[in-house]
Write a protein that binds this ligand. Structure first.
Ligand SMILES: [Zn+2]
Length: 107
């Protein structure tokens, strides 16, 4: 996979992550909630944070984090089932997907 393609998809993943987290912060930053979000954020369990997201957003956020890990590990864009490179066309639409279109269709 080309470096510039990965960079492009990484930007997309970042944008998507920001969009989701922005929605989460709206839920968490209730005025006069009695405690400081910045101090308490570290204490919030991941479960609690995720519970503030819709199920769909929480799942997407996990998939985005996994995609970043795969980029770091150098195996981003490889289908987890059959090991082929996932097409750029598919990654542009679903940058956090872990399966090629064939395996997705089979599952
Ligand atoms: Zn596959």
């Amino acid at each position: 996979m080309e470096t510039q393609d990965i960079e492009l998809l990484r930007q997309r993943l970042l944008r998507e992550k920001k969009r989701i987290l922005k929605g989460r912060n709206k839920l968490l930053n209730r005025p006069k909630s009695g405690y400081d979000i910045a101090d308490k954020a570290a204490e919030l369990s991941e479960e609690l944070v995720l519970s503030n997201l819709s199920n769909n957003d929480a799942r997407t956020l996990r998939q985005i984090e996994e995609a970043f890990k795969r980029i770091d590990a150098g195996n981003y864009g490889i289908c987890e089932s059959c090991g082929v490179e996932i097409s750029m066309r598919r990654l542009r639409i679903l940058p956090y997907t872990t399966h090629c279109i064939q395996c997705q269709a089979d599952s």
